[in-house]
Design a protein around this ligand. Structure first.
Ligand code: ZN
Length: 378
């Protein structure tokens, strides 16, 4: 059988405004549903009844750790004045006995494990936000980004590129027209089941440029750019136009999934989120996070674009093998004879070649060749 220990009496002085001198009182703490209540027993009045203060009527002082106990504890009873206790440890022991549960803040102040736990949960929260929250938020927000915004961004970006890395194409107009015809035919196979954003209707166009090595890229809103270098690479490897059309299908995938817009939005959301979580430190971290998101999400975007290309090429009844051979051919040319030569200036640039912005070439090429990539929706 277990007996409840009798409550301890704690000596205190009660300042209730009736006299400048505190009245000597004894305190007991009684367990309650919402926390301990406080009973004050007045000593200098022979027949005075004790007075009970409910848990909510007392301003409970913060809990302290054992080696930082204050000399005197002051407990406010609001309109009923305040109590001064000279035996802080007796007070704290009685509180614990009456079942007082310190608040989270108090536990953090007195218990390192709790503090570490809270920090860990916060860290997991930040990581989860970064890993899952941002892409999700970006996908949602991207729905509301108007096509006109993308088109004007693309106009400016392409104008800048034309002043920098890109040069006019030297492909004969009839060759350009032939590739455009195949590009349009491919778009004709783009059914609603392949659309990521059902109401999104990009304005697809195919532009030819030289410079930037063997490259192709998509800009928000539907502009796809292919370089002469890529067309040449296909010819050098003896590949049919299906190889180039495969690359274009991949770039159309980036447009349909609005990858560039999502990345821009993600970076905006991430910087905002980090700002909320970390305050001033964020300005320092945002640069790093911008780089990190760019790299971390690129891989996922690439496999989405690959899956899209596989599906669209299948719709158009075109093979994906030639595209894979083109990737491998460019990779081989890169690793092979040019190894010891300095890279030509025109081929460096911030974009680099299609390969450098599309990592894991070999693995991807194998999947494209087999006509199926890992993780594609069935
Ligand atoms: Zn890509």
């Amino acid at each position: 059988m277990q007996s409840t220990p009798s409550p301890a009496f704690i000596r205190a002085r009660w300042f209730n405004g009736q006299s400048s001198r505190g009245r000597d009182v004894l305190l007991t703490l009684e367990p309650g549903r919402k926390g301990p209540s406080l009973r004050v027993h007045v000593l200098d009045q022979a027949h005075a009844a004790s007075r009970l203060f409910e848990h909510a009527e007392v301003e409970w002082p913060p809990v302290w750790s054992r080696n930082r106990a204050p000399a005197v504890v002051t407990v406010s009873l609001n309109q009923a004045g305040s109590l001064e206790i000279d035996t802080p440890q007796a007070w704290q022991d009685a509180l614990a006995q009456a079942g007082a549960r310190p608040s989270l803040t108090q536990r953090m102040q007195t218990h390192w494990p709790v503090l570490l736990g809270v920090l860990l949960v916060a860290a997991i929260g930040v990581v989860a936000f970064y890993r899952y929250g941002t892409p999700w938020a970006a996908t949602q927000i991207t729905r509301h980004v108007p096509l006109s915004w993308e088109l004007s961004l693309t106009d400016r970006a392409l104008a800048q590129l034309d002043q920098g890395y890109l040069k006019p194409s030297k492909l004969p107009p009839e060759r350009q027209a032939e590739l455009r015809r195949q590009f349009d035919a491919l778009l004709g196979r783009l059914g609603p089941e392949l659309k990521r954003y059902p109401s999104y209707t990009p304005r697809f166009s195919l532009a030819f440029r030289s410079g930037m090595g063997a490259n192709a890229f998509a800009l928000p809103g539907g502009a796809v750019v292919m370089t002469d270098g890529l067309v040449d690479a296909a010819a050098k490897n003896g590949l049919s136009d299906d190889a180039l059309i495969g690359v274009l299908a991949h770039e159309i995938g980036h447009v349909v999934h609005r990858h560039t817009t999502r990345m821009l939005v993600e970076q905006g959301v991430l910087n905002m989120g980090l700002g909320v979580a970390l305050g001033d430190v964020s300005s320092l971290l945002s640069l790093g996070s911008t780089l990190l998101t760019g790299l971390a999400y690129r891989r996922q975007h690439e496999s989405e674009a690959d899956c899209f290309a596989l599906a669209l090429m299948q719709q158009a009844q075109l093979p994906t093998g030639p595209m894979a051979d083109l990737l491998l051919g460019i990779a081989a040319a890169r690793e092979g004879p040019r190894k010891d030569q300095p890279t030509k200036k025109a081929e460096r640039g911030s974009f680099g070649e299609w390969l450098s912005s599309h990592p894991q070439t070999r693995q991807r090429a194998e999947q494209l060749k087999a006509g199926q990539a890992v993780g594609c929706p069935a």
